[in-house]
Design a protein around this ligand. Structure first.
Ligand code: DGT
Ligand code: CA
Ligand code: CA
Ligand code: ZN
Length: 574
């Protein structure tokens, strides 16, 4: 397809002429660009059919432009364009997408700061270099940054749960290519941060250019921010920016390590390399000019004198020192859960029956679930009162018998997600709660109480002898609702004192407790459950997000009660 390439050339010639203040000509090229862009027929077919005469019939194409079209169709290049491009080699089409950036500005940006693409421009603007340029100033710098944010999507961060499945899809797409040997998701997504700024992907290939052309040409791409030989940045239709790099096999470990980050972890590793007289970068670990490690991440850490650090821990929160002393925790694994202590069914606002939830959990490799439907003061969910709870308990007995008769080794536990009232009382009578196997309590209303009231409220609930687990303790919804105002230290202390389990809720909108609170609570000796909060059979897959948060909080198997078989787990409960 010559049309796409030719129309880009015409567009850029128009802009290059404009940048040089040439009168009239830019308009002519822009008109020709518009016609070629809108052609229904391939230019080379038109030329084959009618020669130069046919080219001249295209609206806006005069003698001078026809020369260029002919030259392109015969030789694949336009020398005058190449000559102009040498003087101003910036990616004009991409930079022009930014609100407020015109051809004259692009010329100044190139001449003064060697800015070639949107990524360069963003870097310079963030460093305050644009404001200092003649004819720019503070206001235009801010405007440029806003324009880039807009181009990149909303400029905000994305919830991991919304983007990880997408990233995995992209990975599979790339893995199918012949020229691609290996693909890994890196960056904050590999570290399982609750939100991600963009997606970083790493590809091993001997044909980087092919990979780059393929990625940039994907129909999913909304904007190309940079298109290089081994690095590109694109914005997808869903608004996420994808940074993708191709590296050779021998640098793969070093590159994966570098692009996984975090930046703070990287900086710390590099200091260690320097102390040993070596150099560490995304290409490898080097002693003088010789690569001594970096083909894999494992050999890299080993050579640096430490144990392999799991990506979830790479935040420079002390993990490097612990790795050097060979004292890293053995993190809870993605396959370590035996049960799930928070699930909802069609008895309230869940979609599926108790039996179906049990069978789905069993298929996922779990050995038990607790049924924890909402209680009566959460009226819009059809929450259970005491009578309904008793009825449900009888039903659970039946389901367990049914499972047994089908030889399914699986246990359904009786539970509830008891609603905590504004003053910390519970909405279900104690004598009923006493009959349940595993009781969670949670806040679903009065989110705006003061810190003092809120903290008192939760502590009162935890003091109930029947409340085993505090579900989604802070009530936050990532990017939607702030957490309730809590004295988290006091909550942790009370959990420890009352032997209340704190939940790590896996629902990607919640991830509650969050990583830093998990870290604190674990250090204080509090135990956790990792629950899906499933409202449908498909939701058990979400448990991996909760496990990831637990790992970000340095939790081992022993910190998570539902890694135990249910008899042992029940013994830990109040
Ligand atoms: P994000 O995208 O904001 O959620 O966070 P990251 O960690 O994915 O950061 P990103 O996408 O800017 O860069 C990916 C990784 O590349 C980052 O985790 C570490 C590495 N990196 C980026 N810039 C630098 C840098 O200036 N120095 C070092 N040492 N590493 C960097
Ligand atoms: Ca990133
Ligand atoms: Ca990035
Ligand atoms: Zn619910």
């Amino acid at each position: 397809m010559a049309n796409r390439e030719v129309s880009k050339i015409l567009y850029e010639i128009a802009e290059l002429l404009e940048a040089d203040d040439v009168p009239f000509k830019p308009r002519a090229y822009m008109r020709a660009y518009e016609s070629v862009n809108a052609l229904g027929e391939d230019l080379s077919d038109i030329y084959k059919r009618g020669g130069r005469k046919a080219l001249l019939e295209i609206p806006g194409v005069g003698q001078a432009i026809a020369d260029k079209l002919e030259e392109y169709l015969k030789t694949g290049r336009v020398r005058e364009y190449e000559r102009m491009k040498k003087k101003l080699p910036a990616d004009i089409s991409a930079l022009r997408e930014i609100e407020g950036v015109g051809p004259k500005a692009i010329k100044v940006l190139w001449q003064k700061l060697r800015i070639k693409n949107v990524a360069d421009l963003e870097k310079a603007a963030r460093a305050g270099k644009i404001a200092k340029l003649p004819r720019f100033g503070q206001k235009s710098e801010e405007k440029i940054l806003k324009g880039i944010e807009f181009l990149k999507g909303s400029g905000k961060r994305f919830r991991l749960g919304d983007m990880l499945p997408y990233a995995r899809g992209l990975k599979i797409l790339l893995e199918k290519r012949k020229e691609v040997d290996r693909v890994e998701i890196a960056g904050s997504a590999r570290r399982w941060k609750e939100t991600i700024g963009d997606l970083d992907m790493l590809v091993v290939s001997k044909e980087p250019k092919k990979v780059m052309d393929y990625v940039v040409g994907l129909p999913e791409v909304r904007n190309v921010l940079a298109h290089g030989e081994t690095k590109s940045s694109v914005v997808m239709q869903n608004g996420i920016q994808v940074d993708i790099r191709v590296v050779p096999e021998k640098s793969f470990g070093a590159a994966l390590n570098y692009f996984t980050g975090s930046k703070a972890h990287n900086v710390h590793l590099r200091q260690i390399a320097i102390k040993k007289g070596w150099k560490l970068n995304e290409y490898g670990l080097f002693k003088a000019k010789n690569q001594i490690a970096g083909r894999t991440e494992e050999d890299l850490y080993k050579k640096l004198g430490m144990d392999y650090v799991e990506p979830e821990m790479r935040e420079d929160l002390g993990e490097i020192d612990v790795a050097i002393r060979h004292r890293l925790p053995k993190l809870v694994g993605y396959g370590d859960l035996k049960g799930d202590l928070q699930t909802q069914t069609d008895w309230t606002d869940g979609k599926d029956s108790i039996l179906d939830m049990a069978l789905a959990a069993h298929t996922r490799g779990l050995e038990y679930i607790a049924i924890t439907d909402h209680t009566k003061t959460l009226a819009m969910t059809g929450g259970s009162d005491e009578k309904k709870l008793l009825k449900q308990m009888a039903e659970i007995d039946k389901v367990n018998k049914e499972l047994q008769s089908r030889s399914v080794k699986f246990k359904v536990l009786k539970g509830a997600e008891v609603n905590i009232l504004a003053d910390g009382r519970l909405d279900i009578k104690d004598e009923i709660l006493a009959k349940l196997d595993c009781v969670g309590a949670a806040v679903h209303s009065h989110f705006k109480l003061s810190r003092v009231e809120q903290t008192k409220r939760l502590i009162r609930a935890m003091e109930s002898p029947h409340i085993d687990v505090l579900f989604h303790p802070t009530g936050r919804l990532i990017q939607k609702r702030e957490p309730i105002d809590l004295d988290i230290e006091a909550i942790i202390k009370a959990a420890k004192r009352t032997k209340t389990i704190l939940e790590i809720n896996s629902y990607p909108d919640r991830l509650d407790l969050k990583d830093e609170h998990i870290m604190k609570a674990r250090e204080a000796g509090v135990l956790f459950s990792i629950d899906s909060d499933a409202h449908a059979v498909s939701h058990f897959g979400l448990l991996e997000y909760g496990i990831a948060q637990a790992r970000r909080g340095w939790c081992e198997k022993k910190h998570i009660i539902n890694t135990l078989p249910y008899e042992k787990m029940l013994k830990i409960l109040k």
